[in-house]
Design a protein. Sequence first.
Length: 93
Amino acid sequence: MVWLWQTVEMKKVDSKINPFLRLRFIEFFAVQILVMAFFPVSLLVCWLVFGGEITRFLIDALLKDWIQTTLITLFLLGFVVSGVIWMVVSWIG
């Protein structure tokens, strides 16, 4: 049974499953804000307290989230720009 007060390290961690990718949006957003707010120190503390594997999982999850956010932003920006270009071309023609 998993208790609510247990941390990531207290639970048995399967080395193939990234526990940070299983967090809900708000939980991962809070972790991400804390890591970015105290960037170099937060990774060092995570490495000292939880070890290298959990820190690697955290960095991997942060990079995947950053890449996903960048791709979604670029897609939406391209969609808006193409819509504006289409409106200008249809207005001129």
